[in-house]
Design a protein. Sequence first.
Length: 196
Amino acid sequence: MSGKEYDGKRDFSTTPEPSGGKAPLDEPFFVIQEHAASSHHFDFRVSIGGALASWAVPKGPSTDPREKRLAVRTEDHPLAYADFEGVIPKGEYGGGRVIVWDRGPVGNVSEKNGEKLALKDALQAGHVSVRLHGEKLTGVYDLVQTGFRGNEDAWLLVKRDDDGADARRNPTSTQPESVLSGRTVDDLKPSLTKSP
Ligand code: MN
């Protein structure tokens, strides 16, 4: 299943991105894709209600609870997108290089006034709390809608102070490899030397 907005932005005869397909995990999961496009960013996605709720995080996720990272909500992506790595052609929406930077199951720890909230209700309420079980990131992250400057797509991504927090780590710099293929976004650059 994919969304109208996602489909409408893409020409599937040109882009290698999926228009649908199977989820890579049977349980609720997250995926973070590094995306070297006109602006370099990390796409943070969580499976909610049969699609990937998505945010573009210009500076990427931090493991330091003091860091508040801007996260701009973008269109829902199909679940199968969590398997996508490759080159989106120049001129296409999101043209650039994509790798799966981290991925794994999530636990929902969202709540409101002490009551547990389903993920779709937490998304609606503008405060999603997920415990990540990734290869690089672990522990709880909060996504909080701020509506900064009247922009309802403006959220913040903040690490909670728990066992997964570490102010000295900087995994977006020190661990650039894909958890699926071991490639970096630079490895996907078209070769400058012509093949024979
Ligand atoms: Mn992106």
